[in-house]
Design a protein around this ligand. Structure first.
Ligand SMILES: [Zn+2]
Length: 386
């Protein structure tokens, strides 16, 4: 009896708690929907946006700082909520003028196929000086499974969105991607991807970029087998502005024998539509998925540095210093932020430090080209004029 009474009291209380909880959850859900209501339009025209960026870049120049445009990063909705606007102080401290960050797909909502998100447009509307409108990134399962041909597919949605003229940049798109050190440690293979650059979706992407003039960045580890297709696509779509991410990152040298300074010079001399970003490793960066079985440790996964792996110094290898100087109009700053990374302000400081290490001995004009002028030209199709 006592037990029943207690049980009965408990049930009434539990019911009251459940009702209160349900009300709270629905209120929170409504609030969340309002807070995350996504626009699909920019408040400002592209011309006005570009002028905002120009003013911010010029402002850093006037302070004697080297302005930076981060040409390749990703932001989750939760990261935007956590770090913006606080991180804008870090942007100012490091002279990061504009971040070109792509978005991930929306949370699951019962809809079929790829769930396009527009929270990056909300971000640009809220902070138009510091962010650029970038399409969703190509790291999602629909893209990695090489789907296409239906309205629910990522590449089909990408074509429709890019042709609206809303977006200034696309990517990063995974083509040939090795596991990161943390993915290897956690036995994750979902981003161990290999999509032929000259396959159907590769052709659709290059064609889209060529016809719209919107630049795009790709993740393509320079494995020997991937380079013929790269050259074929660069030659076939001369108007496509292609940025390859992570210049000089060589994590499986046993199958990346063709990537040498001479080969890089050949690529940059032959294909004026090719750029590289410098979101790449610091001296002696460790890669834990090396070797044929992905189980070896490679100390020094970035070939830009002087010295042999494990003994790299903080100086550029003379060949790469020469390439960055000679072809200074073909490299851009990037930080490669994204889901799973550390807090954005600390991450940006580290990436900024490595970028400064890379450019410190380059001619001053080359530093300005790589820091923001080339990105400006890619985003606006105009030379930087101040
Ligand atoms: Zn990448």
């Amino acid at each position: 009896m006592h037990g029943l009474t207690r049980c009965g009291v408990f049930t009434v209380r539990a019911l009251a708690v459940a009702v209160a909880l349900a009300v709270t959850i629905s209120v929170v859900a409504v609030w969340a929907r309002v807070a995350h209501a996504q626009t699909d339009e920019l408040k400002l025209t592209r011309a006005v946006l570009e002028d905002r960026w120009r003013v911010r870049i010029q402002g850093f120049l006037d302070q004697g700082k080297l302005p930076l445009i981060d040409m390749e990063s990703s932001l989750e909705q939760a990261q935007v909520d956590e770090f913006v606007p606080g991180v804008l102080d870090t942007f100012d401290e490091l002279a990061i003028a504009v971040m070109v960050a792509d978005g991930y797909q929306r949370e699951k909502d019962g809809s079929q196929g790829y769930r396009w998100s527009n929270y990056i447009l909300d971000l640009v509307n809220a902070h138009p000086d510091a962010f650029a409108p970038v399409a969703n990134g190509g790291t999602n399962p629909n893209w990695l499974a090489e789907k296409g041909g239906k309205a629910k597919d990522f590449i089909d949605q990408m074509e429709a969105h890019i042709r609206t003229g809303t977006f200034a940049s696309m990517g990063e798109f995974d083509f040939l991607h090795y596991m990161s050190s943390s993915q290897c440690k956690n036995n994750r293979t979902d981003r161990d991807s290999s999509i032929p650059l000259n396959g159907e979706n590769g052709h659709r992407l290059f064609k889209l970029a060529a016809e719209t003039g919107v630049p795009f960045s790709i993740h393509l580890e320079p494995e020997d087998r991937a380079l013929d297709a790269l050259e074929e696509m660069l030659a076939s779509y001369p108007k496509a502005k292609v940025i390859i991410a992570h210049f000089g990152q060589i994590r499986h040298p046993e199958v990346q024998t063709r990537f040498t300074p001479a080969y890089v010079r050949h690529l940059l001399s032959t294909y004026p539509n090719l750029w590289y970003d410098l979101a790449t490793g610091e001296p002696n960066r460790t890669y834990k998925c090396a070797g044929a079985n992905n189980s070896d440790v490679l100390k020094g996964d970035t070939v830009l540095w002087k010295g042999s792996p494990g003994l790299q110094t903080a100086e550029l290898h003379p060949d790469y210093k020469d390439i960055l100087s000679t072809f200074s109009d073909r490299f851009v700053f990037a930080t490669d932020y994204g889901g799973g990374r550390k807090a954005l302000p600390a991450y940006l400081r580290e990436k900024h430090e490595n970028f400064m290490r890379i450019i410190k001995d380059l001619p001053i004009e080359a530093q300005h080209d790589i820091a923001y002028r080339n990105a400006w030209r890619l985003l606006t199709s105009r030379a930087w004029g101040g």
